[in-house]
Design a protein around this ligand. Structure first.
Ligand SMILES: Cc1cc2nc3c(=O)[nH]c(=O)nc-3n(C[C@H](O)[C@H](O)[C@H](O)COP(=O)(O)O)c2cc1C
Length: 190
């Protein structure tokens, strides 16, 4: 793929925590993308809670996120599992990005999903919900591999790099599949 055909991928971590494993997972995923992909991490920490009244004077954090999402060819979402589902922070970002007044900047775009937990189930339940939400948003998620990072505290170095080879291999495969799928969809122009 030549430079003229660069892809832009935007990543959103559903955790706002400074030392978040999901933010580390997202950063690690972005480092596995091929060189012709440009990558930007979105900041959802400043978004107000979705409230339709705010649409009369849209907050600048929302406008910034919308602009970034519009420029994306594809997305990577990482999410913690909070009470068996995705984080409220990520759901809130979806509320804003789903609005047709912004041109529904997620609709029909590819996405890869992954998640990390401290416990044994690696966000399995949250990811089922996330896939359902992406379906509602008319996105085109990659279905395999499922990247469920369990016991996350044992799988990252203090600098935030993945130390577990199997996890890194799954993440690399997910990034390769996302890029291939994005190229296919762009060529199909659907
Ligand atoms: C409010 C709350 C609810 C949680 N619920 C779950 C859960 O349902 N399943 C799970 O595996 N871990 C749960 N956890 C533990 C998270 O997996 C853990 O806090 C993880 O580190 C959060 O991701 P982060 O490191 O990206 O912030 C919960 C944690 C919190 C604070």
């Amino acid at each position: 793929m030549s430079d003229q055909h660069q892809l832009h991928i935007v990543g959103i971590s559903g955790s706002l925590r400074k030392e978040s494993y999901n933010t580390k997972l997202l950063q690690s995923a972005s480092e596995l993308l091929p060189p012709f992909v440009t990558y930007t991490a979105a900041d959802i920490s400043q978004l107000p809670l979705y409230n339709q009244d705010l649409e009369n004077e849209v907050p600048s954090a929302v406008l910034q996120l919308v602009d970034l999402a519009k420029s994306a060819d594809a997305f990577i979402f990482t999410t913690p599992e909070f009470n068996f589902t995705i984080s409220a922070a990520l759901k809130n970002a979806f509320e804003w990005l789903s609005r047709s007044m912004f041109g529904s900047p997620l609709a029909r775009k590819p996405a890869a999903i992954a998640g990390a937990t401290l416990g044994a189930y690696g966000t399995a339940k949250a990811q089922v919900h996330l896939r359902d939400i992406l379906h509602g948003l008319d996105m085109r998620p990659v279905s395999r591999p499922e990247v469920l990072v369990s016991f996350a505290a044992q799988k990252f170095s203090p600098e935030g790099k993945i130390t577990d080879e199997v996890t890194r291999d799954f993440l690399k495969q997910l990034m390769d599949n996302l890029v291939q799928w994005t190229i296919q969809l762009k060529n199909l122009k659907i």
